[in-house]
Design a protein around this ligand. Structure first.
Ligand code: NAD
Length: 298
């Protein structure tokens, strides 16, 4: 049986720590690091081997996996120490959600330094990270798939190979742009329904089996009642925080600019979510935007 690769795991936050725990439980030998000492301590408590610097995490491993807040964090770490510390031909597996242009740049830097690269952003949130049921959108060279797939299968239940370097981030940004647009649309429909005298349940029963049907209604319904598991039933505790939706719509805006795409709805969704987070909605589930639509404060 082929032995499992050693993995340098950097970024032990809300997503990274449970992902690292799943790899550890599956028998992978990790070198885990985060710039926040409490995140490192949490990994150590879970029995994961931790190291004192980012460079150490990249040394003497076959895979360097990063799960950082932004593309700038990724590029800085690659340039400052990771690419240099890693042995030649290390696979850089970048799982953060970052700008498509930055993902391509990170891949170019890794390849130019003699390494291999793949972008593998995720959807499924903290719940999916803990349960090992994430979806990975993968941008990678065909020949690297046998090395990447078994590792991602430990942390996720679905892996979609979207194309070459940057294609995973491209797919993620398109999906989340549509999600932002569809949530605003769902929220507007429910507020209009209220004003036309419809109950939430009646409108839900129609939309969920008619042509307006979408995830924003059937799974993450922005009004309490029809979908008991939706965040609306627990005062909009996330779920998927509006701040993260705003971040992803910012990435969509930059991809729209990069490709000179005239996408009115995507651009408007970015503006509305930015206003919502700036006016105090950042920590709420992104479906809470219905409250701002209802009170006309957007
Ligand atoms: P987080 O802020 O909780 O975790 C990021 C971690 O990276 C932090 O602990 C931070 O200290 C660490 N970090 C930053 N720079 C570092 C460096 N140079 N070396 C080592 N550690 C470093 O964020 P998160 O919620 O875990 O999200 C991580 C990524 O996943 C983001 O790009 C986010 O957009 C994406 N994502 C998040 C969710 C979610 O529901 N939270 C869902 C899908 C995708």
């Amino acid at each position: 049986m082929e032995s499992k690769p050693r993995i340098g795991f950097l970024g032990l936050g809300h997503m990274g720590l449970p992902m690292a725990k799943n790899l550890h439980s599956a028998g992978y030998d990790l070198r885990a690091f985060d710039v926040m000492p409490q995140a490192v301590a949490a990994a150590r408590e879970a029995g994961i081997r931790t190291v004192d610097t980012g460079a150490e995490a990249a040394r003497d491993v076959q895979i360097v996996l990063t799960m950082f807040p932004s593309g700038q964090h990724v590029l800085d770490a690659y340039r400052d120490y990771l690419l240099e510390a890693a042995a030649p031909d290390t696979l850089f597996l970048e799982c953060s959600t970052i700008d498509v242009a930055q993902a391509r740049e990170a891949a170019e830097l890794a390849v130019a330094a003699g390494h291999r690269s793949a972008d593998a952003p995720v959807s499924g949130g903290v719940v999916g990270a803990e349960a090992g049921t994430l979806t990975f959108m993968l941008g990678a060279d065909e020949q690297d798939l046998p090395a990447i797939t078994p590792v991602l299968e430990v942390m996720g239940k679905r892996i979609v190979h979207c194309g070459g370097h940057g294609a995973g981030q491209a797919a993620k940004v398109c999906n989340n742009m549509l999600l932002g647009i569809s949530m605003i649309g769902a929220a507007e429909a429910f507020v209009l329904g209220e004003r036309l005298g419809l109950t939430h349940q009646a409108l839900f029963d129609v939309i969920s089996s008619a042509s307006g049907q979408c995830w924003s209604v059937t799974t993450n319904c922005p009004v309490p009642g029809p979908v008991p598991s939706s965040p609306a039933n627990r005062d909009y505790t996330p779920g998927f925080a509006a701040a993260l939706m705003t971040k992803d719509l910012g990435l969509a805006s930059s991809a729209l600019q990069l490709t000179e795409t005239d996408a009115h709805m995507g651009a408007l969704a970015a503006t509305l979510y930015a206003r919502f987070t700036e006016s105090g909605g950042a920590g709420a589930d992104f479906s809470a935007i219905i409250n701002a639509i209802r009170d006309g404060s957007l």
